[in-house]
Ligand binder design. Structure first.
Ligand SMILES: [Fe+2]
Ligand SMILES: [Fe+2]
Length: 185
């Protein structure tokens, strides 16, 4: 695993100097949270508090790091690919953007179910299958999405983006995380 979780802000800033590698490192961390959501679903009724805490921790990660990751792609990477892609590659980027929207809607649905689980334990039986089904949708969608990005998107980015563009992306990613002062740009 790439050492993105190691070190404080300084270490983080260093790994952000390789933005494409950083995106892939984030994918590994997102996959870990997807695994947690699936695993927690199996224990949500037998070890309810423990499972809910694991789910909330995964949500906290996705709400912060997951959102910034999507912004990295949609605001920093995808716009710099525009105008440089063939039809097939442009279609890939469109697919990835659609995946983001669908994943966001599915994730919102999952959060609503977890709120209901928390608020109404008496509805456990009914909510059990809803949770399992929506988590399966989210994990399936996002794992396929990540697999396409790790292979096709990274390949395109490595080929098409110049060193200067990668450096700009790195600065934007750091700024998004509060690791660089916007005045110094
Ligand atoms: Fe993505
Ligand atoms: Fe991604």
């Amino acid at each position: 695993m790439i050492g993105i979780t190691i070190g404080g802000p300084k270490g983080k800033a260093a790994t952000l100097d390789q933005p494409l590698e950083h995106l892939m490192a984030c994918h590994r961390r997102i996959e870990e949270r997807l695994d947690t959501l699936e695993r927690a679903g199996r224990f949500l009724w037998e070890r309810r508090e423990e499972a809910l805490e694991a789910i909330r921790n995964a949500f906290a990660f996705l709400d912060r790091n997951g959102v910034m990751h999507t912004e990295d792609e949609e605001q920093s990477v995808f716009p710099r690919l525009q105008g440089k892609l063939g039809a097939e590659q442009a279609a890939l980027v469109q697919d990835l953007e659609s995946d983001h929207q669908l994943a966001e809607a599915t994730y919102a649905e999952l959060k609503t179910i977890v709120e209901q689980v928390t608020a109404a334990p008496e509805r456990n039986e009914e909510l059990r299958s809803e949770y399992t089904s929506v988590v399966a949708d989210l994990c399936g969608l996002y794992r396929r999405h990540i697999a396409r990005e790790d292979t096709e998107l990274i390949e395109i980015g490595s080929t098409v983006l110049t060193a200067a563009e990668l450096a700009e992306i790195a600065v934007e990613m750091k700024r998004r995380r509060g690791l660089v002062n916007s005045d110094s740009l």
